[in-house]
Design a protein around this ligand. Structure first.
Ligand code: NAD
Length: 239
């Protein structure tokens, strides 16, 4: 476990204790030499800091060890370079390890394919009062999926409504951000037609969901060919 003292590191160590067949071979954080501990592990799980990623990947490539990477915060240029390195070993790299959110992506994609434009798509997300950005990255990804499957453009996104807006057009995809309290993260995609409405909702209440996804990825990645995978691969959600 690389980044073992952090919030995610601790959550993963706890989750491993209650997962059959999984054992934390070594806990590595600042001040502990990963190179001295790497041989005893079948796979490295990394939730640490963006600046640690390159060194970690170089060592994993040298030792031929599979990786599960949850660390975020790399610039797009860094990501290009890092992906070249990561592709040389089996790597699961995902910005969101929640199994539920990844299934929500898949279900949103299927619903967008199956339901006609008669079904108005609207996305609502809610997060705690301390969140500094809107909409959430997960909501933005959901919108991207709907736009792509409906052949719409980013300019068809409608962030909130106010005043005399006129009737809703079929092309628009509504996006609404609620803020308050200590809500960890909630996302709903609605498809509303005349006579019925389908709602796909995910509610996160504990970072344990990310830990469970990371452990599931670690079990899955061992034995896969070298290359970069995401949670959709782990969950078998790719067509
Ligand atoms: P945190 O700050 O609580 O923990 C990070 C840990 O990494 C700390 O213990 C720190 O000492 C350690 N660390 C920093 N540099 C290191 C180095 N060079 N070598 C070894 N250890 C080092 O952060 P967190 O909340 O646990 O999140 C960690 C990362 O995971 C962040 O980038 C966060 O955005 C990301 N994250 C991803 C997901 C996901 O689903 N993909 C979910 C939650 C968090």
């Amino acid at each position: 476990m690389h980044g073992s003292s952090g919030r995610m590191g601790q959550a993963i160590i706890k989750e491993a204790e209650v997962t059959d067949g999984v054992e934390i071979a070594a806990e590595v954080d600042i001040g502990i030499d990963l190179a001295a501990n790497i041989d005893q592990a079948d796979v490295i799980i990394d939730f640490s800091l963006h600046s640690a990623t390159q060194g970690l990947f170089e060592l994993a490539v040298e030792k031929g060890k599979p990786l599960v990477v949850g660390t975020t915060g790399h610039s797009p240029e860094e990501r290009v370079k890092l992906r070249e390195l990561a592709a040389r070993v089996p790597t699961v790299w995902a910005g969101n390890f929640s199994i539920g959110v990844n299934l929500l992506y898949f279900l949103t994609q299927r619903a967008s394919e199956i339901l006609s434009m008669e079904y108005d798509a609207e996305i609502v997300e809610m997060h705690h009062r301390f969140k500094k950005d809107a909409p959430s990255g997960t909501a933005a990804r959901l919108a991207e999926i709907v736009l792509e499957k409906r052949n719409l453009k980013a300019s068809d996104l409608r962030h909130g409504r106010e005043g005399i807006t006129g009737e809703r057009t079929q092309r628009e995809v509504g996006m609404h951000s609620l803020r308050g309290g200590d809500v960890v993260g909630e996302h709903t995609v609605s498809f509303a037609a005349l006579g019925e409405r389908l709602e796909l909702t995910h509610k996160a209440s504990d970072r344990r969901i990310f830990a469970a996804g990371a452990i599931r990825s670690a079990e899955w990645i061992v034995g896969q060919p070298a290359g970069i995978y995401d949670m959709q691969d782990v969950l078998g959600l790719k067509a």
